[in-house]
Ligand binder design. Structure first.
Ligand code: FE2
Length: 156
């Protein structure tokens, strides 16, 4: 049965919010990664990569807020600390002392991890009949798979 944020059981809200907080965390860690690479990328492809990394972190910055605000709509606590995000995130930080190719690979892997995390969160939401969270997760997952393709295309 289709559910809305306030018609769900507290247990369902908590489970979905927890999955969404992992999405928030991984989105935030990847935002920082893309900004780090935007600053530190070098080489003959500096211009387009500097721009692409900016496009990615600007997209992710907006998405963090959309995901965290869905957590709030579910009446749960939104993860709001960097330490907490690093703990939850399956995307790990990179220090930025890397070649342009290593940056592209690291960011591509982060996009793939995020797509998988969002697909999982969407599936969980669907199991609870929460089609509105599911929709947000699907839209975000598709965006990450698009960025994974943008990055992968540099490596062929
Ligand atoms: Fe900049």
């Amino acid at each position: 049965m289709t559910q809305t944020a306030t018609s769900m059981s507290t247990d369902a809200q908590t489970q979905i919010a927890d999955a969404l907080n992992q999405c928030v965390a991984e989105t935030a860690v990847t935002t920082m990664m893309a900004q780090n690479f935007h600053w530190n990328v070098t080489g003959m492809a500096f211009g387009p990569l500097h721009d692409l990394f900016q496009k990615i972190y600007e997209d992710h910055f907006v998405a963090q807020d959309d995901l965290a605000e869905r957590v709030k709509a579910l009446d749960a606590h939104a993860e709001g600390t960097l330490a907490g995000m690093l703990k939850r995130s399956k995307v790990t930080e990179k220090d930025g002392h890397m070649s342009a190719e290593e940056m592209i690979k690291a960011l591509k892997e982060a996009q793939e991890t995020l797509a998988a995390t969002l697909a999982g969160a969407g599936e969980l939401a669907a199991e609870h009949g929460d089609t509105l969270t599911e929709d947000l997760c699907i839209a975000r997952g598709q965006e990450h798979e698009k960025f994974a393709w943008f990055l992968r295309a540099h490596l062929r």
